[in-house]
Design a protein around this ligand. Structure first.
Ligand code: HPA
Length: 270
């Protein structure tokens, strides 16, 4: 994998003039946050050596280099999900590229089901911790010491300092935020009522099918994380409702302006 990372990074370096400082992964329905980026170059995944190709509706599939909030960013518009059949290493390959570019911070967004009874559709939650409920880890197998340590510390996956900053930004902009734990599962099924109950009992506030592998690799790489969930549907006690991918995309889109403000202002403050 190390050689593949070098090859891909060398190719990308031929396409850009400015080195990215911050990585961003735009989740379901949040692709338009990418439109706020002053684009230097947007490269379709198909053109990038060793990159997987995204297959899900709502994920347009390009790697954007540009400026957001005055910072040089590298943004994934469309992520790779485990349920698409990619290995954990493929899902997280873009984070390894960000590592090769020496980004210091990874901003991760997702659409998720709300399990905390205080949550409503359209709410935003700052992720302060996660639970890996995937049947796998991107760090399984022999460890490459050039990429990180064998047993990475996970005591502060999501930067407390940035969470504090985001709360201040939200307050100043009249945006209501929750904070809580994201439970990451493989999907592709949405949860049964019993599974929502189980993930809630385990300590999850939101549940979704991404983010955890990316955050694990970021921490392995020594990259700080800032993560957000947009609550797109609810799996709460006895009021579990039917959920569809289209509804998830619509709810995520509605919350997008608030999230755009928080992330842009956060970048400006760094
Ligand atoms: N469960 C899992 N993934 C999701 C959900 C959910 O309820 N909503 C959006 N992504």
């Amino acid at each position: 994998m190390y050689e593949k990372i070098q090859e891909t990074t060398a190719y990308l370096k031929t396409r850009i003039k400015t080195q990215p400082e911050i990585g961003i992964i735009l989740g379901s329905g949040l692709g338009n946050l990418g439109n706020q980026i002053e684009v230097e170059v947007a490269i379709p995944y198909g053109e990038i050596p060793n990159f997987p190709v995204s297959t899900v509706k709502g994920h347009s599939g390009q790697l954007i280099f540009g400026k957001l909030g005055g910072k040089n960013v590298i943004a994934l518009q469309g992520r790779f999900h485990y349920y698409e059949g990619y290995s954990m290493q493929e899902v997280t390959f873009p984070v390894r590229i960000m590592q090769a570019f020496k980004v210091e911070l990874l901003i991760i967004s997702n659409a998720a089901g709300g399990m905390n009874p205080d949550f409503k559709v359209g709410d935003i939650m700052l992720i302060n911790d996660h639970i890996n409920m995937f049947p796998d880890s991107p760090l399984m197998g022999p460890n490459d010491d050039r990429l990180g340590v064998r047993f990475p510390d996970m005591s502060e996956v999501y930067s407390k300092e940035l969470i504090l900053k985001a709360h201040k930004i939200a307050k100043a902009n009249n945006i209501f935020l929750h904070e809580g734990v994201y439970a990451g599962t493989s999907g592709p099924t949405f949860e049964t009522p019993a599974e929502y109950k189980y993930f809630r009992a385990a300590g999850g506030d939101t549940v979704g099918m991404s983010t955890v592998p990316e955050a694990i690799v970021a921490r392995h790489a020594g990259i700080a994380c800032f993560g957000t969930s947009i609550v797109t549907d609810l799996g709460i006690a006895n009021q579990v409702e039917k959920v569809s991918h289209d509804e998830v995309l619509i709810a995520a889109k509605a919350a997008e302006p608030k999230l755009t403000t928080i992330i842009t202002e956060l970048l400006k403050s760094l």
